[in-house]
Design a binder for this molecule. Structure first.
Ligand SMILES: NC(=O)c1ccc[n+]([C@@H]2O[C@H](COP(=O)([O-])OP(=O)(O)OC[C@H]3O[C@@H](n4cnc5c(N)ncnc54)[C@H](O)[C@@H]3O)[C@@H](O)[C@H]2O)c1
Length: 267
C-alpha cells in the first residue's frame, strides 16, 4: 500500500529536475501521474528546458513502476494548452488529487538593464503560470471536496537576492498567492502550501552557472550560504517534502511555507 494509491497528481515542469523526481516518487507510492512540461526550448532564459523525449521516458519509468501516466506538452502561460492537459487527465483518471505547481525559470538581471521581455517571462511563467493551471484544476477539486495544491516557490520567496528582482518578485507573489488560495479553498476541503528550497542540483542550476561563466558548485555557493556544508540539495529531497505535504499525513497543513534550505534562512 502506498500513500497515493488510487490518487492522481498533476505536475508542471515534470520533464526533468524537481518535477520529474517528484513524479517518480509519487508514482512509487501509487499515484497516477499527469506530467505537463513546455518540452521545448523557449525564448528566455537560454539554458536547457525539458524535452519531449524526457516526458516519454518519464511515462515509461512510471509504467515500469506499475503506475499510469499521461503526458502533455505546453506552456503554463498558454491557457488552451493547460486546459487541454487538465481535460486529458480527467478523461484518463477522473480526478486530480494533487497539483504540484513546479514549472519555473530563473535568470539574473540588473535593475537598470531589466528588459520588458525578461520581466514578463519571469512573472508570466513563475506567477501567472501557477494561477493558469490552478484555476483549471480547482473546479475538479471542489467537485471532489478535497485536494492538495503545492507551489514550488524558493528561499527567494522569503528573502531577497542580488540581481534577481524579477525572480524574487515572482516567488514572493507565489508565496502570497499560496496564502490567499488557502483561505479561499479551505471551505472546500482543499489544502494549499508552498515549499522553499535552497539551491537544488537540477538542469536549472547547471544552466544558471553556464550563463554566469561559473561552475555549478560556484553558482550554488555564491547564492546559497547554507548552514549545512553542502552546495545544494538534490531533486529527490524536494520530492520527499512534496510527498509528505501531499499525503494525508499532512492533513492539517495549509497556508504554510515549508523551507528545505539546509539552514540558509537561519542566518
Ligand atoms: N534549482 C534550484 O536551485 C531551485 C531552488 C528553489 C526553487 N526552485 C524552483 O523549483 C522549480 C523547479 O525548478 P528545477 O530546479 O527543477 O528547474 P529545471 O529548469 O531543472 O526544470 C524546470 C522544468 O520546468 C519546465 N518549464 C519551464 N518553463 C515552463 C513553462 N513556461 N511551461 C511549462 N513548463 C516549463 C522546464 O522545461 C523544465 O522541465 C522552479 O519553479 C524553480 O524556480 C529551483
Amino acid at each position: 500500500m502506498g500513500d497515493f494509491d488510487g490518487k492522481t497528481a498533476f505536475i508542471t515542469g515534470a520533464a526533468h529536475g524537481q518535477g520529474r523526481a517528484t513524479a517518480l516518487l509519487l508514482a512509487k507510492e501509487g499515484a497516477n501521474i499527469a506530467a505537463f512540461d513546455v518540452a521545448r526550448q523557449i525564448e528566455y532564459p537560454s539554458y536547457s528546458f525539458g524535452t519531449g523525449e524526457e516526458l516519454e521516458s518519464l511515462k515509461a519509468a512510471v509504467e515500469n513502476l506499475g503506475g499510469k501516466a499521461v503526458i502533455a506538452s505546453g506552456d503554463v502561460r498558454d491557457d488552451a494548452a493547460v486546459t487541454a492537459a487538465v481535460e486529458k487527465t480527467i478523461a484518463a483518471f477522473g480526478k486530480i488529487d494533487v497539483l504540484f505547481n513546479n514549472a519555473g525559470i530563473c535568470a539574473y538581471a540588473e535593475i537598470d538593464t531589466m528588459t520588458d521581455d525578461a520581466w514578463n517571462s519571469m512573472i508570466g511563467i513563475n506567477l501567472k503560470g501557477p494561477m493558469n493551471v490552478t484555476r483549471r484544476v480547482v473546479p475538479y477539486m471542489k467537485k471532489a471536496g478535497s485536494g492538495v495544491i503545492i507551489n514550488n516557490s524558493s528561499v527567494m520567496g522569503l528573502r531577497g537576492g542580488n540581481r534577481l528582482s524579477h525572480y524574487v518578485a515572482s516567488k514572493w507573489g507565489l508565496t502570497g498567492m499560496t496564502k490567499a488560495w488557502a483561505i479561499e479553498l479551505a471551505p472546500f476541503g482543499i489544502r494549499v502550501v508552498s515549499i522553499h528550497p535552497t539551491g537544488v542540483n537540477t538542469p536549472m542550476n547547471d544552466g544558471l552557472a553556464a550563463m554566469e561563466g561559473l561552475t555549478p558548485v560556484e553558482i550554488a555557493e555564491r547564492s546559497a550560504g547554507n548552514l549545512l556544508p553542502v552546495p545544494w540539495i538534490e531533486a529527490e529531497d524536494t520530492a520527499y517534502l512534496v510527498a509528505y505535504l501531499a499525503s494525508d499525513k499532512a492533513r492539517f497543513a495549509t497556508g504554510a511555507q515549508f523551507t528545505l534550505d539546509a539552514g540558509l534562512l537561519t542566518r
